[in-house]
Design a binder for this molecule. Sequence first.
Ligand SMILES: [Fe+2]
Length: 274
Amino acid sequence: MNLRWIQVTDHHIGRDVTTINRGYATAWALERVLTAIAAADGHGVDFLLCTGDLVDVGEDAEYAYARELYGVSAGGEAPGPLAMTRPGLAGLPAYFVPGNHDPRAAWTRNLFPCSAPAERMHLDWAVGDVQFAFLDLGTAGRAGDLRDDALAFLDAVLARGRPTVLVLHHHPVEVGIPWLDRAVPEGIDRLWRALRRGRVLGVLFGHAHTSVERCVENIPVWGLRSTCFQFGGSEQPTFLIQPLQYRVLSVDGDGLSSALFEVPLVGPAEGVAV
Ligand SMILES: [Fe+2]
C-alpha cells in the first residue's frame, strides 16, 4: 500500500490577480505554491487535495478564476478528481472539498455540475487501497458543527474496514490560537470515539490557516497553513503575512507520514522542507 499526495488549503481566491485579502495577494500566493510544487516535479505524488475555502465569497467569477489558476475544468461529481493542465502539473488529479467560504450551491455549480448541492456534503472516495472520508461541518465561520448525520456517514465508511484518512475543513483540535481554540466543534469527543472503530491513518484539516501537528487516540491530526493570510496567536483575530506552506503525505505500509514544505514570499518559488 503506497500512496502519496499533496494537501493545500484555504486559498480564498478572489475575482482576479489584483484582489487583496487582508493584505494578502491570494491568487499570486496560490500561483507560487503551485509553481513550487511543479518545480519539485510534483514530489511524485498521485494527486493533490484542497481542503476547502477555494474562494473567498462564493461568486461564480471567483470560481472561474480558481479553475484558471489550477488549470481545471468543471466536470463530474464531487470531490473529483479534476485533471490539472498547468505546466509541470498537467494530468495531476485534483480533489476538492468545500470549506465554510464555499457556498455549496456555487461550489457544485462551478466545480462538479453532476453533483446535487446539499447543506452538508459528506463525501467519500478511494485511491488505491486507501479510502478518504470528508465530513461537512457546515458553513459557520469559526466553529464547525458536528451533527449526527456526519457521524453516521463516518460510521458507514469505517465499517468497510479499509484504511481511512479523515478529511475536514474545520479544526477538530486546539491550534494554539485562543479565539479558534474556543471554537473547536462542540461534542468533538464523539468524533474521536467513532474513529476508534476504524482503521484510521490520519486526520487532515484547514480552516485555522495554521500548520499544527497533534495526536489524538494515537492518530496523527494535521492542520495546514493557508495559502492566504494567517492568524496571530491572539485573543481576538489578528492577521499575519507569512510564507506559504503545503504538505506532502505518504502512506507506506500501514502508516501515514507527513512532510511540510514552505515557499518564501519573494525570490524563487521553491518549496523548502521545514
Ligand atoms: Fe479559510
